[in-house]
Design a binder for this molecule. Structure first.
Ligand SMILES: Nc1ncnc2c1ncn2[C@@H]1O[C@H](COP(=O)(O)OP(=O)(O)OP(=O)(O)O)[C@@H](O)[C@H]1O
Ligand SMILES: [Mg+2]
Length: 494
């Protein structure tokens, strides 16, 4: 039997606890009275800091807003994380506004993601919390506070802040760029504006480097050149050059010069500014227009050989006599103007000139260093034809009619535009290719005729030239004779 004497009865236990709790409350209330609230808060948090086990993880809080403006890091994280959605993600938000092309996908609150960067594991969590009301009597509903938590090992703090955050900011920019519609700016020459203005439409030209029929080596070198250009921000800064690049596209009509410009714009996701010089009368307009172009854009001046005949244009069309301008715009003047402006402002600019007649161009344009790359767009080759047959008829391998077509292409001048037109005439590959053979045969005969004509012309021209020279020599002799005779006559007279 246990002695029951030492075991406290429940009622005595209760009264002991009650008196202990009362005395603790008394101590606390005394402490509350003695130590003011802010000091108490500070002491508590300090004690908590020293006695809490320390974590080896750091969490960055990325809030939606910073003051009145949006937090760019938050917006970038929202876009970037859409590319990191894993099979474990359970809830996503999707939306689409009428103006947008693609669905917008965003994380739902509470969702977590893991990202790996350079071997470092990063834990992301999207949090939506109702913010505290500053005034409890306020009838307004509580606002929602949204933020991302980014957690990783503390030892990676520098790496994350200095490289990972800039990395996903850059990626988000690229993704947004990819999503947005490209713009094509043309000039609005309505003089209601007292000048010209850029007007934009969506650039929906579907040409890409994949669909472009052109010499594969040349195509690759253009792609590489463009890719190198956009990556060389630091390089251009270091060597003290403006970050811009010029391309001259030349070749007969219908060889793909305009298509190449569209392919460049689609590849780089750059807007296009189509500068029709014929619509510009004043230097001040040109300056305004150039200054109004944005970075990451392509300025296009098509058919530059026609535009250089701009000197001394006198424009009176439908305007008051007082508005009549004497326009003096020479190519070299224009180039110096563009160079000057471009060297002083703007980044990541591309300028493209096109011409059907390179030989007619002002040497100022062809001067080394002015147009960085001269790209010859030529008649359809056998490789170009295969590319078009693939694009238009879906023929990937060989076709029984190919060798005949390739035979003709070796000595026939036909443009990719003409080939493309033939290939579009039927969905049936055999019919379309037969049509192309007919065209090539016709061209071949015309080409032979034209060559025969050209040879005959040349021969005639040679004969005419010889005759002219003969004639030119005769009078010269006769002139000399006449002059000599007259001298003799004059002497005789004396
Ligand atoms: N190299 C090419 N590859 C694919 N398609 C081409 C090519 N060249 C021309 N085409 C087709 O022909 C059409 C006209 O070509 P494009 O306008 O690019 O020629 P261009 O060289 O700019 O002619 P122009 O000198 O008359 O301005 C294009 O829309 C395209 O369908
Ligand atoms: Mg063109």
């Amino acid at each position: 039997m246990f002695p029951t004497r030492d075991i406290p009865s429940p009622s005595s236990l209760f009264s002991a606890y009650a008196s202990m709790a009362a005395s603790m409350m008394l101590v606390r209330s005394m402490a509350n009275e003695i130590i003011p609230q802010p000091v108490r808060g500070f002491l508590l948090s300090t004690l908590r800091y020293y006695f809490k086990p320390h974590s080896d993880r750091l969490t960055l809080i990325i809030e939606e807003n910073c003051g009145m403006s949006r937090n760019q890091v938050y917006d970038a994280a929202e876009v970037y994380l859409c590319t990191k959605i894993s099979p474990n993600t359970e809830r996503l938000k999707i939306s689409k506004s009428p103006k947008e092309k693609n669905l917008m996908i965003r994380l739902e609150k509470g969702e977590k993601l893991i990202d790996l960067y350079d071997g470092v594991e990063l834990k992301w969590r999207f949090v939506c919390a109702e913010s505290e009301k500053s005034n409890p009597n306020d009838s307004q509903p509580r606002s929602e506070k949204r933020f991302f938590e980014l957690t990783f090992l503390k030892k990676h703090k520098e790496q994350i802040l200095n490289t990972y955050v800039p990395f996903f900011l850059e990626r988000a920019k690229a993704i947004k760029d990819e999503e947005r519609d490209l713009k094509m700016y043309t000039l609005n020459s309505s003089y209601a504006y007292h000048g010209v203005k850029w007007e934009s439409i969506n650039l929906e030209h579907p040409a890409t480097f994949e669909t472009l029929a052109m010499d594969p080596e040349l195509k690759n070198s253009v792609i590489e050149d463009l890719d190198r250009f956009v990556k060389r921000k630091e390089f251009y800064k270091r060597v003290g050059r403006a970050w811009k690049r010029g391309y001259l596209l030349y070749g007969p009509p219908g060889t793909g010069k305009s298509s190449l410009i569209a392919a460049m714009a689609n590849h780089l996701r750059f807007d296009v500014y189509d500068l029709q010089l014929a619509n510009i009368l004043r230097d001040s307009d040109l300056r305004k227009l150039l200054l109004a172009t944005a970075n990451r854009s392509i300025l296009v001046i098509e058919d530059i050989d026609c535009s250089v005949e701009l000197q001394d244009r006198r424009r009176v069309d439908g305007r008051k006599q007082s508005d009549v301008q004497l326009v003096q715009l020479t190519l070299s003047g224009l180039l110096n103007f563009i160079d000057g402006l471009w060297s002083s402002c703007g980044d990541e600019r591309i300028i493209v000139f096109t011409t059907n007649h390179k030989e007619r161009l002002d040497p100022a344009l062809l001067r080394p260093g002015r147009m960085d790359m001269h790209i010859h767009m030529s008649y359809c080759t056998s490789h170009g034809f295969k590319q078009l047959a693939n694009t238009y008829l879906g023929i990937r391998g060989h076709h029984s009619l190919f060798s005949e077509i390739e035979g003709y292409l070796e000595n026939t001048h036909v443009t990719p535009a003409q080939v493309a037109e033939e290939l579009m005439k039927s969905d049936n590959a055999d019919v379309a290719l037969q049509g192309l053979i007919k065209l090539l045969k016709r061209k071949n005969i015309e080409g032979d005729d034209a060559a025969a004509d050209a040879a005959a012309d040349q021969k005639n021209a040679g004969i005419q030239k010889a005759k002219r020279q003969k004639l030119e020599n005769k009078p010269r002799k006769s002139t000399r004779n006449t002059r000599a005779k007259s001298v003799i006559r004059r002497r005789k007279c004396l």
